[in-house]
Design a protein around this ligand. Structure first.
Ligand code: ATP
Length: 475
């Protein structure tokens, strides 16, 4: 089943259960504390908090998400993308735990020819929160094998916004990939064999005094209890398509194939190269989706995240032996794989691709200048007393060659060498102070004599009327 069909089935199922299908919001988070939309619930926060009236008390969506927190996991685990799609069903003060559990169980286990996902119930596991006996009873009522239930504490199975507000226990659903993928013993024993696919959050408490994930005060029951769930579309797809990881699913794999053609290296033979192929496929897609929502490469915020994704792609392809430009070959492939689900990509592509290709050209120039310098610094570190690239060398790379410190750290690490980051930061600090002092000096040294003639014409001090005299203001 194609990824787009898996998504459609989810939305159709919940539409049949009386949910309003809401289109994905932008990746640019409406929430000022995060750069990107990181979960399906983000656009619905005002409804969950009871601050706004929702268009329906039951909604379902397939939300585009970006999580840069997971960037280091990409390509190494089977299940982490920087971009992914989160399917969700939400109840704002409408149905609660019993229905949420029933819906999830029914959709997952109904055979595929009857509109469900057709998971073998014997392969499913759930976790529940320590005090949530009610959830365990509800799972058992659905026919869930009690041997496949595990109990976790607040750290893992209790959700809050991180501050005062709604909170509550959650129940996570996992799929067992089989003994060939790891240890027996459920999600507690092996998170590579047991893959988390869906998290059901039961928001029934008002909490405050949230000092940490486990140190908080439960004030009491919420008047309107909410349901907030998130299922990873790519994770469902890889398990249902019988693939080994999310990067091999139909919306991502074509980029790996394109990278194979460019590099002349076959995917699936060498773990180190395979990680690079997967990073490339993930990052190209994330960059495409982020740019389609209007972000362009820059040195700050979202633009910087995007820049990093594009640069990591270019570098990963270099490590696969490709020094020619890669984006013109990879980006259109990702666009074609994603356009059936996101048709707007077709008309946005001209603009998006020009920005991506321009960024790659600029980065290739930076790389060409800086790589030789870095290689010399790494060589010096390897043969010196301690295997560390000096802070001064990292600073010169930054200051003269435009090499961001993250790049120096990553490239040095690839050669088994650390960087004296502390000294680097110290030198950066000194540079900033110098720049500030220069700016001050300039301000004080400004030649004001040009105003002298004007000043001589003034007989008396001028009264400033700007705050009181509105007569000359235009409307
Ligand atoms: P994990 O512990 O496996 O990283 P999580 O606990 O961070 O997952 P949630 O925040 O509960 O995940 O997100 C809900 C669902 O979204 C998860 O069950 C998973 O299916 C999916 N998901 C979360 N992060 C990612 C990601 N980086 N890539 C792909 N899918 C993801």
């Amino acid at each position: 089943m194609r990824t787009s069909e898996i998504a459609q089935r989810f939305l159709n199922y919940f539409e049949r259960q009386g949910h309003l299908v809401v289109p994905s919001a932008s990746l640019i988070s409406p929430n000022p504390t995060t750069l990107f939309t990181i979960a399906g619930m983000v656009p619905f926060i005002p409804y969950l908090l009871g601050e706004q009236t929702p268009p329906s008390r039951r909604v379902t969506s397939n939300q585009k998400c970006v999580r840069t927190l997971d960037i280091e996991e990409v390509g190494k685990t089977t299940r982490h993308g920087t971009f992914f799609q989160m399917l969700g069903n939400f109840s704002f003060g409408d149905y609660f735990k019993a229905e949420a559990i029933h819906y999830a169980w029914e959709l997952l286990t109904t055979p595929q020819d009857q509109g469900g996902y057709g998971f073998d119930p014997e392969k499913l596991w759930v976790t529940t929160y320590t005090d949530d006996e009610e959830a365990r009873a509800l799972w058992r009522n659905e026919g869930f094998d009690p041997e496949h239930m595990q109990i976790f504490g607040m750290e893992d199975n209790f959700w809050t916004t991180g501050g005062p507000g709604p909170g509550g226990p959650c129940s996570e659903i996992y799929v067992d990939r089989g003994p060939e993928y790891g240890k027996d013993g459920g999600p507690a024993a092996d998170e590579n064999r047991f893959i988390e696919i869906w998290d059901l959050v039961f928001e029934n408490y008002q909490v405050d005094n949230v000092k940490s994930k486990t140190d908080l005060h439960i004030v009491g029951e919420l008047e309107h209890k909410n349901i907030d769930t998130g299922a990873g579309l790519e994770r469902l797809a890889y398990l249902m398509q019988g693939k080994q990881n999310i990067y091999e699913t139909d919306e991502v794999y074509p980029v790996i194939e394109a990278a194979e053609r460019l590099s002349g290296i076959a995917y699936g033979h060498d773990e180190e190269s395979d990680v690079r192929f997967r990073v490339v496929a993930d990052h190209v897609r994330s960059a495409l989706m982020i740019m389609s929502d209007g972000v362009r490469p820059s040195n700050v915020g979202r633009g910087y995240v995007l820049r990093r994704l594009l640069r990591r792609t270019v570098r990963s392809m270099r490590m696969l032996g490709v020094t020619d430009p890669v984006m013109p070959s990879l980006l259109p492939v990702s666009k074609d794989a994603m356009a059936p689900s996101y048709p707007e990509l077709n008309h946005l592509f001209e603009d998006v691709s020009q920005a991506a290709y321009g960024e790659e050209d600029a980065f290739r120039r930076t790389l060409e200048k800086g790589t030789t310098i870095l290689d010399v610094a790494v060589d010096k570190a390897k043969h010196g007393t301690s295997p560390v690239v000096s802070g001064q060398d990292a600073f010169t790379l930054h200051d003269t060659y435009g090499f961001p410190i993250e790049l120096t750290l990553e490239m040095a690490a690839e050669q088994g060498v650390k960087v004296d980051e502390h000294k680097f930061r110290e030198l950066m600090g000194e540079q900033k102070s110098r720049a500030r002092a220069d700016a001050l000096k300039k301000r004080h040294n400004v030649d004001l004599s040009v105003y002298d003639d004007f000043r001589k014409t003034l007989q008396a001090p001028i009264a400033f009327l700007g705050y009181t005299d509105f007569s000359s203001r235009s409307r």
